[in-house]
Design a protein. Structure first.
Length: 318
């Protein structure tokens, strides 16, 4: 079962990379953005564990927040190196993850997810409290009140909470596991429906509170997309070829990819295109897909090398 969910995360992080190599006006990015981040919040809710508020805060500080601030400090160092006149205001913005000169913007996910887990730990197990929180946050966004909030990871919690709590409610009914028993015939129909709704709704983005035409449609595509990807992961998990192994490996290391890929997609690659006068090709669909697959393969090789190094190091210690 773990393999299927690793593949599911692998599919999700593949779409994240593709999205960050694309323009928001491109159809494939519109479709990918309609569900790829909701997918991660739904999975996180599905695997959430019942902990006290204190236990949750301690765990998140020791893991997600610690990792995030390693890259926040890296961003501050980059800012100091490339800027002649240092502004304390900009440094504070980076440190507080409040736009500014922050390069690695995807780390908002770690802070927002930690906030979701903390809020859930306060709600506790009562179903009524979970349903009330789900309905309240969903209605808040359906009426577009989220658009008046600043684009900040703490306020993103309101926008993503319906997806996170959907994962929690799915867990109770084991819905993602039940997808495996429904067969794969419905996958193609629902994928077609997903594409139609996503393109009709338009561009969406959890981080900057863009709901498309309707947050309700955004929510629907988020759920349908997650279920379709889960069905796809089940369909291909029985195979043992290189692509499946790569997706599984990427899924296991999706957190590391999340916090590092942006330096390449929005930092290194654009500079290469500019230096070699290839700007006309930068947002070519074929180039985007080639770069996505190429970066995926490079990550796979890097993780294989890292695992071998760790294994050899342990053998030497013994």
């Amino acid at each position: 079962m773990r393999k299927k969910y690793d593949i599911l995360r692998g599919i999700g992080i593949l779409l994240v990379i593709l999205g960050h190599l694309s323009l928001r006006t491109q159809y494939h990015r519109i479709v990918a953005y309609s569900f790829h981040m909701p997918l991660f919040f739904i999975i996180s809710g599905y695997f959430t564990k019942d902990r006290t508020f204190k236990e949750t805060i301690k765990k998140e500080l020791n893991k997600s927040i610690k990792i995030a601030y390693i890259f926040v400090i890296l961003d501050i160092i980059i800012y100091l190196l490339k800027t002649d006149v240092w502004e304390i205001k900009e440094i504070l913005k980076i440190f507080l993850i409040f736009n500014g000169s922050l390069i690695n913007s995807p780390i908002w996910f770690l802070f927002t997810l930690s906030a979701c887990k903390a809020i859930y730990s306060l709600i506790g197990k009562p179903k009524k409290a979970i349903y009330l929180m789900f309905i309240t946050t969903t209605m808040f966004c359906i009426f577009n009140f989220n658009k008046i909030l600043p684009e900040y990871w703490l306020f993103n919690t309101i926008v993503v909470m319906p997806f996170y709590l959907t994962g929690v409610m799915f867990k109770e009914k084991k819905i993602l596991d039940e997808v495996d028993n429904k067969g794969n015939g419905w996958l193609f129909i629902f994928t077609f429906i997903l594409i139609l709704i996503a393109l009709f709704n338009g561009y969406t983005d959890l981080n900057v509170h863009i709901n498309g035409k309707s947050y309700l449609l955004f929510y629907i595509t988020g759920v349908i997309g997650t279920l379709c990807c889960k069905s796809l992961s089940n369909l291909i998990s029985e195979s043992n070829n290189f692509i499946i192994k790569m997706l599984e490996k990427m899924g296991k290391n999706s957190l590391m990819i999340l916090v590092t890929h942006y330096y390449l997609c929005r930092g290194l690659f654009p500079k290469i295109f500019e230096k070699f006068n290839l700007l006309n090709y930068q947002y070519n669909v074929i180039v985007e897909f080639v770069l996505t697959i190429g970066l995926f393969v490079l990550y796979y090789i890097a993780f294989i090398i890292l695992e071998k190094y760790k294994k050899n190091k342990l053998l030497n210690i013994k």
